[in-house]
Design a protein around this ligand. Structure first.
Ligand SMILES: [Zn+2]
Length: 477
């Protein structure tokens, strides 16, 4: 049958045709590191995890890139205050913007581990890719699609053929196009034009020299430059939250295409938004829940929930369906997961085979994944298997394979490939440490150090096979 995915750009499911099946390029808009990730962010990042796991399950190789936005980005309130949120948070805490960004970057990685997300191959930081951004803006300038004055440089959307194709935004004030800047951006010719470079205001820590004066890059240019740097001008899948479709993704795409003359992302996937008890999450409403909030339990008291239980709750819904998080719903999901684990544990010790029935279930599970990552349907198959009476080794193998996608601990001892997919059994502790350190360096995009660590691992008598994502597998030489 083959994999098909819903492409937001054409608004329908399309057969997935990768550029290179051994290296499917995926770019995900990552966190803006001035605060903790809330559960809505985590649901979006889960889409990338499910995508990567599913592609690997279906035999593809992946190269996954998720950026860290540590420069600040365009928000009305920031522009009115003349500072960005990283800096506002830093000032409040009497810390440097860099310290704050580092702190929340670490918090983000910790959340990823708790959610059992497979690590991306690279986590590029915006602040370390400013030369790439400047050279991208220069290409745009050479192509005559920019204008500006007084240290501000804008992208002229009228000169970008196909602008609006991704989001359906129409030029000239129609929805969802809207004014996103004011004040300083009075030189803009039209509301949809967006800033590529702007001058640094007094007190701004993150600022760089550029052909347009000392300043800092617009948000949209950051992602475009990092995607091109790490995946090339054409790659397979761009992932993000539905709220980023316009203007962020429309703008990233427009400028990348204008600068390179290439297609940029072949396919766009958007995770639907998450409400809490029917309401939009906000700081003022006090419902911007984090994983810690979930572990602490409902505000009125009651049991808390693990990241695994939240992960399971998300799997009940298709990624493109809006999710309404409720404490009752989370409790129900936790009970369902616990019953499912009990059922698998009993079946595993029952010793009854059932290879034929298992084959049918395997096929159904795979077909559900191939149908635009239909996890609710895949989960129904997992429940069917729990009721089927299939037992012993057969159910162990099913649980191991399926938990490679679900990562909710169906059978803890099944050895599912998940966050601990390092294959380090029987390896001296010191070598394991080197491998873990190397994985961390690779995640940070620090390949020179990662290479040195690989040599040290070799010197200790071990080879390491990179599996596309993750820490790789160690083997004795
Ligand atoms: Zn982005």
């Amino acid at each position: 049958m083959g994999l098909s995915l819903h492409d937001s750009a054409v608004r329908r499911k399309v057969p997935f045709v990768p550029g290179n099946p051994l290296r499917v390029g995926i770019y995900t808009c990552g966190p803006t590191v001035y605060r903790y990730a809330h559960i809505g962010n985590l649901r979006t990042y889960l889409l990338t995890d499910l995508l990567v796991r599913s592609l690997r399950f279906l035999g593809y190789g992946t190269r996954s890139v998720q950026n860290i936005t540590d420069v600040g980005h365009m928000h009305q309130e920031r522009l009115e205050r003349g500072e960005d949120k990283v800096i506002a948070a830093a000032r409040a805490a009497k810390k440097s913007a860099r310290e704050i960004a580092e702190f929340f970057t670490e918090a983000f990685f910790r959340d990823c581990r708790r959610m059992a997300f497979l690590p991306a191959d690279v986590y590029p930081r915006a602040s370390e890719h400013v030369p790439e951004m400047i050279s991208l803006v220069r290409s745009l300038e050479e192509r005559g699609v920019t204008y500006g004055e007084g240290g501000y440089l804008y992208f002229d959307v009228e000169k970008a053929p196909g602008y609006g194709d991704l989001s359906g935004a129409s030029l000239g004030g129609g929805t969802p196009a809207r004014r996103t800047e004011a004040g300083a951006h009075r030189h803009k010719k039209r509301p949809e034009d967006f800033v590529l470079w702007m001058p640094a205001e007094p007190g701004r820590e993150y600022q760089w020299d550029s052909p347009w004066g000392r300043g800092w890059p617009g948000w949209h240019i950051e992602c475009a430059a990092m995607a091109i740097r790490h995946l090339g001008p054409e790659f397979d899948i761009h992932v993000g939250g539905a709220d980023l479709r316009f203007p962020h993704h429309e703008n990233s795409r427009a400028m990348a295409m204008a600068a390179t003359g290439k297609r940029f992302a072949a396919l766009w996937m958007h995770a639907a938004h998450l409400l809490v008890e029917g309401k939009k999450m906000s700081k003022s409403a006090g419902n911007e829940y984090t994983l810690d909030d979930l572990e602490n339990g409902p505000p009125g008291g009651g049991r808390g929930f693990s990241p695994e239980e939240f992960r399971y709750y998300c799997l009940i819904l298709h990624y493109a369906s809006p999710m309404n998080f409720t404490w009752a719903g989370q409790a129900g999901a936790a009970r369902a997961l616990s019953r499912l684990r009990d059922a698998y544990r009993k079946l595993a010790s029952a010793g009854t085979a059932g290879e034929e029935a298992a084959t049918t279930l395997r096929e159904k599970f795979r077909a559900a994944l191939e149908d635009d990552l239909n996890l609710p349907r895949a989960l129904a198959v997992v429940h069917d298997a729990a009721r089927s009476g299939i037992g012993g080794e057969t159910v162990r193998s099913l649980a191991g394979a399926w938990d490679g996608i679900l990562a909710v601990g169906l059978l803890p001892e099944a050895g599912a490939e998940g966050a601990t997919a390092c294959g380090m059994e029987g390896v001296p502790g010191e070598v394991g440490e080197l491998a873990r350190e190397r994985a961390a360096r690779r995640r940070a995009g620090d390949y020179a150090v990662a290479d040195v660590l690989r040599k040290r691992i070799r010197a200790a008598g071990y080879g390491i096979d990179d599996t596309g994502t993750g820490a790789g597998r160690l083997r004795k030489l």
